[in-house]
Ligand binder design. Structure first.
Ligand code: CMP
Length: 133
């Protein structure tokens, strides 16, 4: 089933100059990139984007980090795109992510983990609407 998901290249990966390598991987994996833009989130926007996590102890750190520099936001499409993109990213904590996954390769910590992806069709819808209308 073809579906859409939202992918973000986080500020740590942009600073590391690996945007190109991450996009190459996305294309090699067969995703269609339907939308792509670089944006700098304000702290308020980051808080809104991650509002499902607002009660979590890592919420402030996460939203400060996500608004600390530009990010690259992409609308991806493909067969089982949500699950496929999560597999390509790897586990949230780069230390636990399998070799060959983007987080293992480019992530630094559970917070600075290089990439984001929607975790369900419900959040994909909300997240896509947040960045692309
Ligand atoms: P992401 O896929 O962007 O979705 C929520 C983010 O919260 C997640 O990636 C991590 O970067 C971050 N996160 C999740 N758990 C923790 C944690 N225990 N400590 C710090 N950050 C976390």
């Amino acid at each position: 089933m073809s579906e859409k998901t939202l992918a973000i290249i986080k500020p740590d990966a942009v600073k590391k100059r690996v945007i190109g390598r991450i996009i190459q991987r996305i294309e090699d994996e067969g995703f269609n990139i339907l939308g792509l833009k670089m944006v700098k989130l304000s702290l308020e926007e980051a808080k809104q984007f991650y509002s499902v996590h607002k009660e979590k102890p890592f919420f402030n750190g996460l939203t400060e980090f996500m608004s600390s520099g530009p990010v690259v936001v992409m609308l991806l499409e493909g067969e089982n795109a949500i699950k496929h993109w999560r597999e390509v990213m790897g586990a949230t904590n780069p230390a636990e992510a399998r070799p060959g996954t983007l987080r293992r390769e480019f992530g630094f910590s559970i917070e600075r983990n290089a990439v984001h992806g929607s975790d369900s069709s419900q959040t994909a819808q909300t997240e896509i609407k947040f960045f692309f209308n």
